[in-house]
Ligand binder design. Sequence first.
Ligand SMILES: Nc1nc2c(ncn2[C@@H]2O[C@H](COP(=O)(O)OP(=O)(O)OP(=O)(O)O)[C@@H](O)[C@H]2O)c(=O)[nH]1
Ligand SMILES: [Mg+2]
Length: 364
Amino acid sequence: MEIDTPPSSSIDQQESSSSTTPKPNTENDKSPLPVCILVLGMAGSGKTTFIQRINAYLHSLHRPPYIVNFDPAVHELPYPCNVDIRDTVNYKQVMKQYNLGPNGAIITSLNLFSTTFDQLLTILNKNEQKHEHFIFDTPGQIEVFTWSASGTIITESLGATYPTVVVYIMDTPRSSNPITFMSNMLYAVSILYKYRLPFIIVLNKTDIIHHRFAIEWMNDFELFQQAIEQQHTYSSDLTRSLSLVLDEFYQNLRCVGFSSITGDGCKEFFDAVTDAKQEYDQVYKVEYDKWQKRREKRDKQKQEQDLKRLKDDLRDDGDHLIGHKNLNDIEDDTDDENDDESEKEDNEEKDDKQFEQYMKKVKH
Ligand SMILES: Nc1nc2c(ncn2[C@@H]2O[C@H](COP(=O)(O)OP(=O)(O)OP(=O)(O)O)[C@@H](O)[C@H]2O)c(=O)[nH]1
Ligand SMILES: [Mg+2]
């Protein structure tokens, strides 16, 4: 799969507009760099509770993660947070100052925060040796993060710097209806194709309903069709057509059943993370390096073209542009000026002498 602009073209914007300069991981195989786990999902799907659970699990293994909160509007966090966007940006103040509603204020807060993202990268860089996982909590309104410029900058900077895995949290009980299931899957696929980073779907809240039905729907198209048959709405027809399109997506998907309340699925989740990290090293990283080489080549060609154009301009219009004087002329001019100067001094001396003679005459 050729990725011409991995992770996407906005990396160009980021490079030109921000001081964030991702340093790609140059190691090919088993890199000692921590894995970034970027947790996304619909509002209330359980992102924050999921992070609380995996944080507790990693602590129990004596491998504490480093956690960053990107949700400026969250009231309380149930886990200890190492970097909190709320320490940098005051969401309520942003609302007041810019006269914004809740979503606009979240976007603006993220934009403000992303202007200091290079500092966060420096902090992460300092903690590379101490942690195996960097975990990121994101705002409830998923579109605010996934489709905003700042969300893109953050995700792509992380993806360019560290092995990064996108974890999509799905509310399993709420997805037991085939139409909501399909909407959730479409959202997941749109994020996957936007970032092209290794992807894990966490079917959360399995303590309420087992995730078996979702796995069956993904593996067996007929079963999903049967579930839709029972719904006779316009959206069920649309869902039927879309499910055919998603078949390829399902085949390469890592799906894990999880309960943030009971902790079921923690081991399976981290197995999936190890697998996704391998994919990052073998696919994403390779593509990123290729893309960077292509970009460097393109920049070099552009520089050479610019230089050639400049030389041509100078050849054609050089005389006109810099006048008819060359450096020797300028030196000659300087000499002329010096000559003028000394002539002036001579004249002044003469004047002085004449004045002295005149004064003598007057005295006599
Ligand atoms: N039964 C059950 N409830 C859960 C589970 N995970 C989360 N919840 C509940 O779901 C609700 C939302 O959880 P959060 O962790 O706040 O979800 P979130 O995605 O971070 O929410 P926003 O940040 O507001 O989008 C809370 O009441 C949690 O207790 C789970 O695995 N099982
Ligand atoms: Mg949350």
